[in-house]
Design a protein around this ligand. Structure first.
Ligand code: FES
Length: 201
């Protein structure tokens, strides 16, 4: 289930990228320099901002967007997933992200949902233990690794667990919450990763 969702996200991203590149090819015949308007692959790897539409992400679904050669998780969180967040606090290492995780969350996302809009999680999908990519387990149901699972992330490398806001549970090797990148909303359904709401990179 988790891999299926991730693959959908990657496929959509590649499709979108192909469409943009194809468009540039057609237009460049008439206006050769228009290519410079789009960030190159090298610029993207070096840290150029990435713009992503949220329109087709279903409730509860995650997509993965490459940014600076890192996977960025974007989740359309359901009301049920959001309602579960406050109930996790006692089980978490740093529920407010002001202890071991300070610096992992920009000030405009310093709230329980760790986001600008509660519905949308935008997060660097790298485990804070040794850098594996955790699996998305969004459903609230008993899991082999947690009978009281309320949705979130499970790292297959050394079994760290995070909630649906990327906050790490106690008793696992990961020391801090997953990182929230700088990002902002261009409009209601478009997010740009790599630039904060005030234009800070
Ligand atoms: S890298 Fe995730 S638990 Fe070790």
């Amino acid at each position: 289930m988790a891999n299926e969702v991730v693959d959908h996200g990657r496929r959509r991203f590649l499709t979108a990228t192909t469409a943009v590149v194809g468009g540039i090819g057609v237009v460049s015949a008439a206006v050769p320099f228009i290519k410079s308007w789009e960030p190159s692959a090298r610029a993207l790897a070096a840290g150029a901002p990435v713009t992503q539409s949220l329109k087709k992400i279903e409730p509860g679904q995650q997509i993965v967007v490459p940014w600076r050669s890192l996977p960025v998780f974007i989740v359309n969180r359901t009301p049920e997933q959001l309602a579960a967040l406050p109930k996790q606090d006692d089980r978490l290492v740093d529920p407010k992200s002001d202890g071991t995780s300070s610096g992992q969350q920009p000030e405009y996302a310093q709230n329980e949902t760790r986001s600008i809009k509660p519905q949308w999680l935008v997060m660097v999908g790298i485990c804070t233990h040794l850098g594996c990519v955790p699996d998305y387990h969004g459903e609230m149901k008993p899991e082999p690794f947690d009978p009281n699972w309320a949705g979130g992330y499970y790292c297959p490398c050394h079994h760290s667990r995070y909630d649906i806001a990327g906050r790490v549970y106690k008793g696992v090797p990961a020391p801090k919450n997953m990182e929230i990148p700088k990002y902002h909303f261009i409009d209601d359904t478009t997010v740009q990763i790599g630039v904060g709401p005030k234009g800070e990179a």
